[in-house]
Design a protein around this ligand. Sequence first.
Ligand code: SF4
Length: 268
Amino acid sequence: MGFCLGVRRAVGTLEDAVNFDDSEVYTLGPIIHNPQVVSDFESRGVKTVESPDDVPSDCRVIIRAHGIPLQLKEELKLRGSRIMDGTCPKVIASQKTVRKYASLGYHTVIVGDPDHGEIRGLAGYADHPIVISSPEEAEKLTLSGPVMVIGQTTIKQDEYDKVCRVLEQKCEQLKIVESICSATSKRQEALVDLCKRVDACLIIGGRDSANTQRLYMTARETGIPCWHIQDASEIPGKIGDFEVIGLSAGASTPDSVILAVERRLQSM
Ligand code: SF4
């Protein structure tokens, strides 16, 4: 549990930018999906904006772990922004793959949450990509010619596999890309194992963090009582009814937040 490679890199990039010189520092969207980390940087002067229009020229712009569409990156360069790229290497690999197959004439199908930053960024690397989030949506597609399918790095493997099985029936030529991040899948496997050995479980992480939400869903599916909390202040009083408590945390949850939850539980 705790920061994955991509989150650690994005936060490190922003830390470097803040310490570099006196330039104003902006992030396009929150640097990671964790409110404590975002507000800590905001208290040190970092501004979070949603559009390049809100970024003055000649300042530093940090690209977050989920990446941004290619077009936005070009817009920022044209405006004279000094870009420091904190995109996770695994997300960069997905972006390159989408671009490669789009240039080879493949239609792009992306499986994930259409409102998630990673998916909006990924979609910007193909022409007219289709974004779906379930096998039911895949059933409704009409596809012709070569098709490439790729998933959000934090999607559950079995959800992705189900969509791919549907697409296989619909496409004459289908390229299935395996892009799910092992930091996500290993955590889910470890959590299932943990849930067999505890009476209840707490999943710690930002409310908007996709991988934290999926960990919570995974814990719920095991059938034991579980809660998704953002920090120690949200520990439910009912947790005192259970003897052995399991803890897991999303890839964007700082160690300090996890430790504070652990300490509070021990004091209870
Ligand atoms: S979960 Fe995986 S893909 Fe997402 S930021 Fe972390 S290392 Fe990168």
